[in-house]
Design a protein. Structure first.
Length: 437
């Protein structure tokens, strides 16, 4: 008897089914043998592979997973330096699978996508002119990853993933990170709240971005409204524990914008301040030595930090003046700062970045890159503003995104935050909410 029967030039389906069954049987046997030796490891591996497979086939799950894990980047990197990169790669792979299996093209036709394209071109040109070795490649990869994530999120939120769900996942993750950070702060030796994100300033940047989104969810929730209000309070309290002056200025800008656009009333602001003061007093009563040490440490280094900022800002401005078109390339600030120090005294540990998002961008990508990046931010804000005027959402997510962007853009004048999710997430939300297609 022939093992393979040809029917119209094709393999007999019964033979193909037998081959598949044999393969799965052999795989099951190997898994069974491994499970007998180390069942926990096998269960974990199988569950992990199942989760990865599901996320690959369901891009919405991969998108939400990426948004959820970003506020815990510091912890994940301590476990594995490639953990965040793996989740990002999985998101992009899932998106490609969706594009190949979906009849309609990607829904990314928006001015933000064009601005990202311009930023991509300026990044490539700056990299070609000044490669800056491995550090430059790492910075370029960071830019590219977040540009890709923005487009993927935009496509998902315009097709099958409600923007409200994305905002809810981000708020939930940041609230959990805030709880962990505050607990570590209270049980630690003083310092400043950080934990899930290593640098307290970057950690605070994540938290303040989530505050307007948490208040939006509170206004629009039908059940469990008080949970979102409590989340906003925890986010604010942990932000205070970071003692980040840039984040506090960002919060002040958010409050001012919300008052001007009548999203908040002065009475509500005063009540919030009162609740926060009560929370601060409660924390101080629970761990007075920790709070006192934190304030003393911050006061001790405050003057030095201000001096360091002026030095790095001056160097970034000089780099921009020397290389106005395409800058010094990704990672160029860290690679070239020694040439621009010129006897100025500063803390060497503060010289990896300019601690100013706009000057860092112009120093490394030139004025061309700065204009492209500014266009990405401005067009994201404009889309959210038009979405707010559309008034299809009673709770008004568009206004919340605008408020968050205002605070983020102010805080970023004192922090280098284009390498983190909040900026790009708000841009994606703004473009997705834009009623103009």
């Amino acid at each position: 008897m022939q093992l393979t029967l040809r029917m119209s030039g094709r393999t007999d389906p019964r033979v193909a089914a037998a081959a598949v069954a044999t393969t799965f049987g052999a795989a099951a046997l190997l898994v069974g043998i491994a499970a007998a030796r180390d069942p926990l490891a096998v269960i974990t591996a199988v569950a992990g592979m199942a989760l990865v497979g599901a996320m690959t086939l369901k891009v919405e799950w991969a998108a939400l997973a990426f948004v959820a894990v970003e506020p815990f980047e510091g912890y994940l990197e301590s476990l594995s330096g490639t953990a965040i990169k793996f989740v990002g790669a999985l998101l992009f792979l899932a998106w490609l699978v969706r594009l190949l299996t979906r009849a309609t093209p990607a829904q990314i036709r928006h001015p933000v996508a064009l601005a990202i394209g311009a930023l991509f071109v300026s990044l490539l040109a700056a990299t070609a002119l000044h490669a800056n070795g491995t550090s430059g490649a790492a910075v370029a990869a960071r830019y590219l990853s977040f540009m890709a994530v923005t487009l993927v999120l935009l496509d998902c939120m315009r097709t099958s993933l409600p923007p409200r769900r994305v905002a809810a996942v981000y708020v939930a993750s940041c609230t959990a990170a805030a709880a962990v950070g505050l607990a570590v702060y209270l049980m630690g030796s003083g310092g400043r709240a950080s934990g899930p994100i290593t640098d307290p300033n970057d950690f605070a940047f994540f938290l303040i971005t989530a505050v307007p989104l948490a208040l939006y969810l509170w206004r629009g929730a039908h059940r469990g409204r008080q949970l979102f209000l409590a989340a906003a309070g925890l986010l604010l309290l942990t932000t205070l524990a970071t003692v980040s002056r840039g984040a506090l200025l960002g919060l002040a800008a958010m409050v001012g914008y919300a008052l001007c656009t009548r999203q908040l009333r002065l009475r509500a602001v005063l009540a919030t301040v009162g609740v926060l003061l009560a929370g601060v007093l409660a924390v101080a009563g629970f761990a007075p030595s920790v709070v006192q040490r934190s304030l003393s440490n911050k006061q001790h280094v405050a003057a030095q930090n201000v001096q360091d900022r002026f030095v790095t800002w001056s160097m970034a401005a000089e780099m921009t003046a020397d290389h106005p078109l395409l800058g010094t390339g990704p990672g160029g600030f860290g690679a070239n700062y020694s040439r621009y120090l010129r006897g100025r005294v500063t803390d060497p540990s503060q010289l990896d970045v300019a601690h100013e998002m706009y000057l860092q961008t112009s120093a490394e990508l030139g004025l061309v890159g700065l204009v492209a990046f500014g266009s990405v931010l401005g067009l994201g804000f404009a889309g959210a503003r038009r979405g707010a005027r559309d008034a299809s959402d009673p709770a008004d997510l568009g206004s919340a995104v605008c408020t968050a962007l205002v605070g983020v853009l102010v805080a970023a004048a004192f922090l280098t935050e284009q390498y983190y999710l909040p900026v790009w997430l708000l841009v994606a939300l703004g473009a997705a909410l834009d009623p103009v297609r």
